[in-house]
Write a protein that binds this ligand. Structure first.
Ligand SMILES: C[S@@+](CC[C@H](N)C(=O)[O-])C[C@H]1O[C@@H](n2cnc3c(N)ncnc32)[C@H](O)[C@@H]1O
Length: 191
């Protein structure tokens, strides 16, 4: 299982945004919509969809978890925006779980060394190829910052829990491209 966690500290969990203005009124919820498309639509080539999970933490309060959106897969940024909005407003499809959550409890739950490793995707981290990643027998999860990177609270928790920072290079990429790139690297690692 390969999991991604997108932090969205600036996006209110009300889902009260117009589908015509995701970056403005949506407070950059467009970032999440592109990530979801990368994770489930155009990113994977061989990696099974059933082995991908994507979580988004809104305003350190509400967690949406997406798993195996096989039937009626949303298409493009707008399709995913509609699913996110409906889920936040109490009408999630069956492949989305809506729970209360915050970053610290998420870190405690996911970061269980030896069986579940939480990595922080960070431009200044150790290069991916130099990190010891166990593909079998361990669940690997990758945490992404929003369009500004990680806020001071997230950085504090990353340090407090000693989470490893992993980098795809010094260039700052769109988070959707980071998602696709990590999936592609895992596909190559299991070949
Ligand atoms: C658009 S970037 C963040 C903005 C960027 N720090 C800036 O201020 O230009 C969104 C997130 O993608 C991930 N990311 C982007 N480029 C990366 C890279 N080269 N290596 C690892 N993660 C990266 C990080 O998690 C980052 O917080």
């Amino acid at each position: 299982m390969l999991r991604f966690i997108q932090l969205l500290p600036a996006v209110p969990p009300s889902g009260d945004y117009s589908l015509r203005d995701l970056p403005g009124i949506g407070r950059r919820v467009d970032v999440l919509c592109r990530d979801l498309a990368a994770c489930f639509e155009w990113g994977p080539t061989d990696w099974p969809l059933s082995q991908l999970e994507f979580s988004a933490l809104f305003n350190d309060q509400v967690l949406l978890t997406f798993q195996t959106p096989n039937e009626r897969m949303p298409i493009g940024e707008r399709g995913w925006a509609m699913v996110v909005k409906n889920a936040l407003q109490g009408n999630p499809p069956n492949y989305v779980r809506v729970t209360e959550g915050n970053l610290e409890s998420l870190i405690r739950e996911i970061n269980q060394p030896s069986r579940s490793q939480l990595w922080v995707l960070h431009e200044e981290g150790r290069h991916f190829k130099d990190c010891k990643i166990r593909v079998s027998g361990t669940q690997n999860s990758f945490m992404l910052g929003d369009y500004r990177g990680f806020d001071s609270r997230a950085e504090e928790l990353v340090s407090k829990h000693g989470l490893p920072r992993i980098s795809l290079g010094k260039t700052s990429y769109l988070s959707s491209h980071c998602v696709a790139s990590v999936i592609s690297k895992f596909e190559r690692m299991v070949k």
